[in-house]
Design a protein around this ligand. Structure first.
Ligand code: WTA
Length: 660
């Protein structure tokens, strides 16, 4: 986009994706033993569909309430929902104390596996004590219920302790993925008015320490409102501490009492804010509240993964900095009293069999990960997992993007021994919980399709006018009724919440995804219909990256598209028009621009390719036609150019690229 122009046409692709997906037509019934003992039965599904509100009221009994709710859904002021509004509870008490009180204090909450092979088992009783200490420390630092706390941390136990300590005292946390830049951290801190940040000196990556604290220091320079920074010592590398602002976790937390009485909060008390990319440059602060969120995530964790907390070992391989980490690494597993694996490192360090070694070591029975990881393992070869004993696995979950049948079959064959159901879970930061997933033990699995709404949830595929499409047709994915873990609003911006999700179709939640129903009425997800890309399961906004590019003084205009990529799903491809000043040093500038995007947003936002062009294709109303740029990025013949102001532009771009 140019500095003054940010309008773009919606990207409606996906037809090709569907035809790829449809190549595999085998279906897989659940293994007989699982079907016989499954948590979810056809009877439960029928009951949930018949009366969703009564069903969710029943599910609310999974929690321990200080005051039992008598109300279920309050939809008197749509689209602002309240769930279980007169109930009171404490999230950390539900995740911890009540399990200890029930005699499960010795059960392992987390098998922590460090990047360098250091490991630590943490029981429910130990985790409860640690969280109480951290809650006391936060109180000493002046944090009160309602105050937002920033968390910028690696995948270590203290991160989970910090989140739960915040929840315990009613201070909503705002976790920023530690791969994000100082600028991205600063804008989030500012947007939700964070005064206290919890971080670490650094983290281990491929055996080496990498610093985190300097990014917090740089962010704080832009955020004078931050008065305290609590720093966990993870790497022990030399770290600068700002006098009067920074304190070490071991100095402040370790000396606290492990006694802490959890206060009960309203069910609608804010639990956390998580920023996610939208179709404009400014990230959206998704607000989740307590009661409904915990009910929805606990139920789906139990249902989608057929969780048996006494015997399963659950591993959600997502980073805690994303919603998957919040819902299915932290809150739901703990509320359900499960045993989980927490892994700090990367899949290929010190060797490409690391994940399978971990599955073998802890006898993981349920593994939840993203298709992009599976495709990477496919590239490395099935000989690698074959070296380990994976017989403990009984269910595999997938999240973040459609799982293409090739990856599905590989996962099923080489990891699941053809005996583990694969549960493809569709959901979003906004939805908080799974909304579409084939229930294990019930569904006949269909590779590539997420199939059905979870029990108690009603989704549909609609056309431009909001009418439900017939089987065999495609359109937009919507949710028809409020669900307990839904976002309540966007932090500080109720209007944007209404505009983004509830204005496209009357009374329906607009997810931003395209979808198609097959002849059996099963749902196939087709990717975003807005300017949001999905790169390795991470949401990226095209406009945000365009803004980063035009903020560099060599760039006059920029357009970004997501091109399909065999490993990452989509890859970022940028087209830039450079200013005169860059003439003659295009190659250097391109490298500089990639680095610039990494510092402005994150290394994961670095374009795979930047193409220098003289023109960008625009409609007469000035919108950039990304569809045409995507054709180029994917090496396809360029489509219909009749709406361009200048129909020769595409030839010029193509010629220029050949020249380059
Ligand atoms: C995409 C991640 C197809 C989708 C939990 C959605 C999926 C966006 C799937 C949300 C899936 C997520 N099949 N697409 N199973 N799961 N998506 O907020 O486009 O990071 O809108 O939440 O990821 O991404 P977010």
């Amino acid at each position: 986009m140019s500095a003054d122009q940010s309008k773009t046409e919606p990207a409606k692709d996906g037809a090709e994706t569907l035809s790829n997906l449809l190549k595999e037509d085998r279906t897989f019934p659940p293994p007989a033993e699982m079907a016989a003992n499954a948590n979810v039965t056809p009877e439960l599904v029928a009951r949930a569909d018949a009366d969703p509100e009564a069903f969710w009221a029943e599910q609310a009994k999974r929690l321990t309430w200080g005051t039992e709710p008598t109300q279920i859904l309050d939809w008197s002021n749509p689209p602002f929902a309240k769930w279980f509004a007169d109930g009171r509870l404490n999230a950390a008490h539900n995740a911890l104390d009540r399990h200890v009180e029930a005699g499960h204090g010795d059960r392992i909450a987390f098998h922590f596996e460090g990047d360098r092979g250091d490991s630590r088992d943490i029981t429910y009783a130990e985790l409860t004590d640690e969280v109480c200490k951290a809650a006391n420390a936060l109180t000493e630092l002046g944090v009160k219920a309602g105050d937002r706390v920033g968390i910028y941390m690696p995948m270590i136990p203290e991160t989970i302790i910090a989140m739960l300590a915040c929840a315990r005292i009613g201070a909503p946390h705002m976790v920023v993925f530690a791969g994000f830049s100082a600028d991205a951290l600063a804008s989030r801190i500012t947007d939700c008015g964070v005064e206290v940040v919890i971080t670490a000196d650094g983290q281990f990556r491929r055996g080496e320490p990498t610093a985190l604290k300097p990014a917090v220091d740089a962010a704080c320079e832009q955020c004078p409102g931050v008065r305290s920074v609590l720093v966990v010592q993870r790497t022990g590398e030399k770290t600068e501490m700002v006098e009067g602002r920074d304190v070490w976790w071991h100095d402040v937390v370790d000396r606290q009492s492990s006694e802490h009485t959890p206060e009960m909060f309203d069910a609608e008390h804010p639990l956390y804010i998580m920023y996610t990319s939208g179709s404009t440059g400014k990230p959206k602060g998704i607000l989740h509240t307590t009661g409904g969120y915990l009910v929805g995530t606990a139920f789906t964790h139990w249902a989608s993964f057929d969780l048996k907390p006494e015997t399963d070992v659950f591993w959600c391989a997502a980073d805690v900095g994303w919603v998957t980490g919040h819902s299915y690494l932290v809150y739901a597993p703990l509320v359900n009293g499960a045993t989980s694996v927490l892994y700090e490192g990367t899949p290929n360090s010190p060797h490409q069999g690391r994940w399978w070694e971990i599955v073998d070591k802890y006898k993981v029975s349920i593994l939840y990960c993203a298709p992009t990881a599976i495709r990477t393992f496919m590239k490395w070869g099935h000989e690698i997992p074959a070296k380990y004993d994976l017989s403990s696995l009984r269910l595999l979950g997938s999240v973040g993007e459609p799982i293409n049948p090739e990856a599905y079959i590989w996962f099923r064959t080489h990891i699941g021994r053809e005996n583990c159901p694969i549960v493809d879970t569709w959901w979003q930061t906004e939805t908080g919980m799974h909304l579409i997933a084939p229930m294990p033990g019930v569904a006949e699995a269909k590779p590539g399709s997420a199939q059905h709404a979870v029990p108690g949830v009603a989704v549909a595929v609609v056309d431009e006018e909001g009418r439900e499409v017939a089987n065999g047709e495609g359109g937009y994915l919507v949710v028809k009724k409020p669900w307990p873990a839904m976002l309540r609003t966007l932090w500080g911006d109720d209007q944007r919440y209404v505009d983004t999700y509830w204005s496209r179709f009357d009374g329906l939640y607009f997810a931003g995804d395209g979808a198609k129903l097959d002849e059996d009425g099963d749902i196939w997800l087709l990717g975003r219909v807005d300017d949001v890309m999905n790169v390795s399961g991470h949401r990226m906004s095209t406009t945000e990256i365009e803004s980063a590019l035009v903020s560099h003084d060599t760039v006059a205009e920029a357009a970004v598209v997501g091109a399909s990529d065999p490993t990452t799903g989509q890859a970022i491809v940028a087209f830039v028009i450079l200013r005169e000043s860059a003439t003659g040093r295009e190659e250097d500038v391109v490298e500089e621009l990639r680095r610039h995007v990494a510092t402005e947003i994150s290394p994961i936002a670095k374009p795979r390719q930047i193409m220098v062009v003289d023109e960008l294709p625009k409609t007469r109303s000035g919108k950039i036609m990304r569809r045409l740029l995507r054709d180029i990025a994917e090496n396809r013949e360029v489509g219909d150019v009749s709406t361009l102001t200048d129909s020769t532009v595409m030839d010029q771009i193509a010629k220029g690229l050949k020249r380059g």
